[in-house]
Design a protein around this ligand. Structure first.
Ligand SMILES: [Cu+2]
Length: 335
């Protein structure tokens, strides 16, 4: 009797279990697995003439608990400021200016609930770099690259279902990045200023909406008569630049990490690059430097233009000391 009852209970349990499986077979799972998404950080043309200062896709909607892998292409950071002001790029030191550790080094945990300062820091050189952050609370989160003012992205985190797939979002990001690089390339191809009378204006361009910077001065060598005054102006919202005639001298390295007895290295900024010279004319000799130039209204407060008058025929090469590794080099032929 006792044994029979046991068998009967087991049978009932089996029937209930099968019935439950049939009942739930067509329904969605109650708990969705956390999903990984990709955002591309930056981008560049093969010759680095055009630099993408954007997050691709610009805006992404994910579900609470999902992780975003920020995949770096270039010199940027990913910073979630939670409403705080972006940290300045440079801080004053005893010897000059240092790069701000808050801009250069990682900060915060690997989860984000809409509060605190979380940053990737800059990518370590020479290898692919990905920064991953898991979003634990619903909300609309703006984030920034604090190296490039105005380089912004948005992660929307929702508790409900999302319609886009990670593959779809990545394809959208790649298409946005391609459009940015195409717009920048078009701008670069049009950089051929012509002298008007005894002056010529060279504009260093970038575009906040299209999210590019052109890391060149002119597309072709600039040809001017002796006595011409060239005025360089920065209208690129993202970058700082210099106009530097070294007359054959070695170019200083703009950023030099200096190891410390403990903790992270100091980030030394080149005093030679930061310091403007006073000469107003150039005859092919000596060190001429604009110091940092930035678009009007940029957070650095740097001047936006620099002028130089060419007094002797010759072929002169000049550089931006911030972007010389990206080959930001210009040529002026004075006849
Ligand atoms: Cu530059």
């Amino acid at each position: 009797m006792r044994k029979k009852m046991y068998v009967g209970n087991a049978l009932r349990l089996a029937i209930v279990t099968v019935a439950s499986l049939l009942l739930f077979a067509g329904a969605p799972p109650a708990v969705r697995a956390a999903t990984n998404w990709t955002v591309i950080v930056g981008g560049q043309t093969p010759d680095i003439s055009v630099y993408a200062n954007g997050f691709f896709p610009r805006e992404l909607t994910i579900q609470t608990g999902d992780t975003v892998a920020f995949q770096f292409v270039g010199f940027h950071n990913v910073s979630f400021l939670s409403g705080a002001a972006p940290p300045p790029f440079a801080v004053k030191s005893d010897t000059g200016y240092d790069g701000n550790p808050q801009v250069f080094f990682p900060a915060g945990t690997s989860t984000y609930d809409g509060t605190g300062f979380h940053s990737s820091g800059i990518p370590p050189g020479g290898k692919p770099f990905t920064y991953s952050l898991t979003f634990t609370k619903a909300g609309r989160y703006e984030y920034a690259c604090t190296l490039h003012p105005g380089m912004l992205g948005v992660i929307n985190v929702v508790d409900g279902a999302v319609t886009e797939t990670p593959e779809g979002a990545l394809a959208r990001g790649k298409a946005e990045q391609a459009a940015t690089l195409a717009a920048g390339t078009k701008a670069y191809n049009n950089l051929n200023p012509q002298p008007t009378g005894s002056s010529v204006a060279v504009t260093i361009v970038g575009d906040r909406q299209e999210r590019y910077s052109v890391l060149r001065f002119t597309h072709d060598p600039l040809v001017v008569p002796v006595g011409t005054t060239v005025t360089w102006s920065v209208s690129d919202p993202f970058e700082v630049h210099t106009v530097t005639f070294a007359s054959g001298a070695a170019l200083p390295q703009f950023i030099t990490p200096q190891a410390q007895p403990s903790g992270p290295p100091k980030i030394l900024l080149s005093t030679a690059a930061l310091t403007p010279t006073s000469a107003k004319t150039y005859d092919g000799t000596g060190w001429i430097n604009s110091g940092l130039l930035a678009a009007a209204g940029a957070p650095s407060g740097a001047p936006s233009s620099f002028s130089l008058t060419f007094t002797k025929p010759g072929r002169y090469v000049y550089w931006c000391l911030v972007h010389d590794e990206a080959h930001q080099e210009g040529i002026i032929i004075v006849k």
